[in-house]
Design a protein around this ligand. Structure first.
Ligand SMILES: NC(=O)C1=CN([C@@H]2O[C@H](COP(=O)(O)OP(=O)(O)OC[C@H]3O[C@@H](n4cnc5c(N)ncnc54)[C@H](OP(=O)(O)O)[C@@H]3O)[C@@H](O)[C@H]2O)C=CC1
Ligand SMILES: O=C(O)C1=N[C@H](C(=O)O)C[C@H](O)C1
Length: 247
């Protein structure tokens, strides 16, 4: 039996995660914590693994506290930078027995979309990312879109491709979106949406589109449970659920 604590348990994702853990025969929910709770409650409850779906400002602090407490971490919260990831990697050297999984997206379609986008990237002159989310989301662009764009940029660089062609010289209102490692990313916030992404590729005379849609937060739950079951077998820092899958 794996003892599980959920951080952000009252949130949109956290409340689904609580139900998913309660419904899994091999997992025991030992703590459901939210804003005003002390993370030390996870230690007192003898949690083996903690799942974090909180806010970008709090998640790194949670991971460091969990490492200090000897608890494996499965993190879905966004806002991670290369600096914050490096700090976690460094901290984990003190606890080589612990695993931390930080996954920008736990939905199988999104995990595949990120991998397929990186695979397609060397073969197209142009690439852009459009993400669409519910209007209550606090961060933009989405963590998934940032990870997707970075994967595309790395694959393009490895293939010796330069920037996508773009003659724009007048864009006073930022209509071309954010640039993530040189890849343009556009964020839509629309009532009715949950979590969606399109990756657009273009060559002369053709286009290739990868699209993933999470219509319901239940779509993230199999990936979260996979992370909880596997994290102890993957010591160190892992970024992306694909690293736990045979892809
Ligand atoms: N990786 C993935 O597959 C997915 C990732 N996400 C990401 O997960 C995160 C949460 O999303 P979502 O559930 O929609 O957001 P919500 O705002 O619905 O949930 C966040 C919860 O965390 C609580 N919280 C805030 N600060 C703390 C803290 N310091 N300690 C404990 N709890 C805290 C909030 O409480 P309060 O409201 O009182 O502040 C709230 O209950 C976001 O970063 C989002 O991008 C979302 C979906 C899928
Ligand atoms: O806030 C959300 O809802 C989501 N956040 C994650 C992200 O920023 O990529 C994952 C998914 O897109 C849903």
């Amino acid at each position: 039996m794996i003892n599980v604590a959920v951080l952000g348990a009252a949130g949109r994702m956290g409340s689904h995660v609580v139900q998913a853990v309660q419904g899994a025969e091999d997992l025991e929910l030992v703590a459901a914590l939210d804003t005003d709770d002390d993370i030390a409650a996870a230690t007192r409850a003898k949690a083996h693994v903690a799942i974090d779906f909180t806010v970008p400002d709090a998640t790194e602090g949670h991971v460091h506290a969990l490492i200090d407490a000897g608890i494996h971490a499965v993190v879905g919260t966004t806002g991670w930078t290369s600096d914050s990831l490096s700090r976690v990697e460094e901290h984990l050297k003190e606890r080589p027995d612990l695993g931390v999984l930080i996954a920008p997206n736990f939905a199988i379609g999104a995990v595949l979309a990120m991998r397929f986008a990186a695979a397609a990237a060397p073969y197209f002159e142009s690439a852009e990312v459009v993400e669409l989310h519910h209007p209550d989301k606090v961060d933009a662009p989405s963590g998934t879109a940032i990870h997707t764009a970075r994967g595309i940029a790395a694959a393009r660089a490895a293939a010796g491709l330069g920037a996508s062609p773009d003659a724009t010289s007048h864009d006073p209102d930022g209509a071309r979106g954010a640039s993530v490692d040189g890849v343009h990313v556009h964020a839509v916030r629309l009532r009715g949406m949950v979590a969606h992404e399109e990756v657009l590729f273009g060559n002369a005379g053709e286009a290739f589109t990868i699209r993933t849609d999470s219509f319901d937060r239940v779509s993230f739950m199999p990936g979260v449970l996979l992370g909880v079951r596997e994290v102890a077998a993957h010591p160190g820092l892992t970024v992306g659920l694909d690293r736990y899958m045979s892809l």
